[in-house]
Design a protein around this ligand. Sequence first.
Ligand SMILES: Nc1ncnc2c1ncn2[C@@H]1O[C@H](COP(=O)(O)OP(=O)(O)OP(=O)(O)O)[C@@H](O)[C@H]1O
Length: 234
Amino acid sequence: MILHVSHLSKTYQTAAEELQVLQEISFSVRSGEWLTIIGPSGSGKSTLLHCISGMTKPDKGSSVKYDDWELLTTKEEEQQTFRRKHIGFIYQDYRLFDQFTVLTNTMLPLVPYEAKDVLKERATALLKQVGLGDRMHHVPSQLSGGEKQRAGIARALINQPAYLLCDEPTGNLDEKNRDRVIELLKELNNGGTNILIVTHDKEMMTHGHQTIELSYGKQLQRDGAKGNDPLYSG
Ligand SMILES: Nc1ncnc2c1ncn2[C@@H]1O[C@H](COP(=O)(O)OP(=O)(O)OP(=O)(O)O)[C@@H](O)[C@H]1O
């Protein structure tokens, strides 16, 4: 599935002002590609990921197409179905539900849609994969920040998404767990999962096929593998 983003702009309306945080962003992600999104804090990276998933509505004139299917003009219900089937989202702020265990949180996106025993098995395997095999029956408030982040990663993978959108997935992890997440993302990408990742992590930036850089909502550059970019060579 190819993703085409074109002329994507986003203006937030606040009580005091109109704040344009994205201006005319355009890029494509081919099947099996890994795209890295970089830029300083506040440059619009999270907003871009949310717009690509349809969870935030961009300005008129923006287009987000998966193959030939325009997401933005589709009814909300169809967008939700599309997200449930094809998109996994790793949130910067985890968004776990405190009233449920880590295992239930991981299963939750598909609970009404798939057999419980199948989901439980898949969720258990994912939690083990991110190193939370011994924390499955804890609730999020009993976890460290890094453990919550890994629980959020397992949940994002429960629907075996074609597109994995990752907002700073290693922001709270130590080196060992960061490397474990990088290995997992590489494995998923080798298996055909498209990765779109927002990151400040220099090691993470060396992976992937394509990078875009945002600055005050504008797209600065578009290039090949980040590892060749002298800006980030150390
Ligand atoms: N719902 C909102 N209403 C108004 N302004 C918002 C809203 N969400 C984000 N913003 C503003 O939009 C700008 C871009 O935010 P965004 O979270 O996309 O940046 P970012 O590049 O992901 O930052 P960071 O690296 O710090 O996570 C920021 O100035 C932020 O204050």
